[in-house]
Design a protein around this ligand. Structure first.
Ligand code: AMP
Length: 398
């Protein structure tokens, strides 16, 4: 696998006067045609502004929801064009189609610094099939291609991957930052490298654990998935989450870590509840003393200290997944403790998408983190060591 760290970026192109097709992630949350969070549009602004400021003719595209290859006004990009135009303080022209007559003629008429948004790329049935005909049509709109949609970089679609076969291709600032931090941590981390994995399922994170065992100095497992590991040590886990078919694998992973000299930490104590309920009766018990009829819903105070200690001296921390049912105040303190320890450390800190990112935002720690990934599924696949097609397709720096 070639290194993603050497991919061309938007700054490696001479964009003046050129038509540049940019794949953005404008898959915003909407309710009844109204955008309820414009975070993803805001996140795309640095690349778009760079192109405007440097005299490019900017052609943007994205998917929105799952229209499944059919034109469906419910998934039109029009509300995105309106919001983007407010944010940029200039008109954003809106094509009536993706690569049809409207897109072709508006793209051809663009002047330097102007911005055009194409319709939802998933209105085209070829998009998710990475159809070469569609990829060529995308390419025919522009002279250069920039991918800035990290959230879709794990998908080999026409607008994320195929189009790069026909145009010079570079990454935008969002993908550049993902490569710099996640790629940097995997390829050449500041040590010690500490990975903290939580969340509900071992099966979701097996690939990540397997890849990181070969790279980390310390691997920490908390959250619901930790109970499968405890079970593999012969502990009674009561009614805690268990993936019975993963117990042997959990044991193998801990043995592998030991053989490699990687510290593998799992909870030594837990906050257990009677029922899966936010207000259930709760108590703290050691990991080998979870009584029948109780379930582990958060890591305990001793574990919080051990995990925080491991983070304190880290050079790099990668965190993905909550330490307990962090949606419930009574079982959020393990996740808060880990978030606080990361915020207080001098480590390079990389937060995977989803619940851990939400916890960091809620606590107001976002600006204390080096990097919060903009793609949940994509960041997991990246951490699994997989090559992301949307990044692999980009040109290398000369
Ligand atoms: P994931 O999407 O795999 O990162 O998992 C996140 C989910 O795991 C959250 O909804 C948490 O409520 C859940 N979770 C974390 N710890 C536990 C636990 N000990 N028992 C049940 N669910 C948990």
């Amino acid at each position: 696998m070639s290194s993603a760290l050497n991919k061309m970026t938007v700054e490696d192109f001479d964009v003046k006067g050129k038509k540049v097709l940019v794949r953005c992630d404008f898959n915003v949350k909407m309710e009844n045609g109204v955008i309820t969070s414009d975070k993803r549009i805001v996140a795309s602004l640095p690349t778009i502004k760079y192109l405007i400021d440097n005299g490019a003719k900017v052609i943007l595209c994205s998917h929105l929801g799952r229209p499944k290859g059919e034109v469906n006004p419910e998934f039109s990009m029009k509300p995105v064009a309106a919001r983007l135009s407010e944010l940029l303080g200039q008109e954003v022209k809106m094509a009536d189609d993706v690569v049809g007559e409207s897109a072709q003629s508006l793209a051809a008429d663009l002047k330097e610094g102007e911005v055009l948004l194409l319709e939802n790329v998933r209105f085209e049935p070829g998009e998710t099939k990475n159809d070469p005909d569609l990829s060529k049509k995308f390419a025919s709109l522009a002279e250069l291609y920039v991918n800035d949609a990290f959230g879709s970089a794990h998908r080999a679609h026409s607008s994320t991957t195929g189009v790069a076969d026909y145009l010079p291709a570079a990454c935008g600032y969002l993908i550049q930052k993902e490569i710099q931090f996640i790629g940097g941590a995997l390829e050449n981390p500041k040590r010690p490298l500490v990975a903290i994995l939580g969340g509900a399922k071992v099966s979701d994170k097996i690939g990540v654990i397997t890849n990181l065992i070969d790279k980390c100095d310390t691997l920490i497992v908390g959250g619901g998935m930790a109970y499968t590991f405890m079970k593999s040590l012969g502990h009674q886990i009561g009614n805690s989450l268990l993936e019975a078919d993963k117990v042997d694998l959990a044991k193998e992973m801990m043995e592998k870590a030991e053989a490699k000299g990687v510290k593998f930490l799992i909870p030594v104590d837990n906050k257990v509840g009677r029922e899966y309920d936010p207000n259930t009766e709760a108590m703290i018990v050691n990991s080998d003393e979870i009584p029948d009829g109780w379930m582990g819903l958060d890591i305990g105070p001793e574990t919080q200290k051990i995990f925080a200690d491991a983070v304190k001296d880290a050079g790099t921390v990668i965190w993905n997944g909550p330490m307990g049912v962090s949606e419930w105040a009574n079982f959020a303190s393990g996740t808060v403790a880990v978030a606080t320890a990361i915020a207080d450390s001098n480590a390079i800190s990389i937060i995977g998408g989803g619940d851990s990112a939400a916890a960091i935002q809620k606590l107001g720690f976002a600006d204390k983190m080096s990097h919060i990934s903009t793609g949940g599924g994509a960041s997991l696949e990246y951490l699994e060591g997989k090559e992301l097609p949307g990044i692999a397709a980009l040109n290398e720096k000369k």
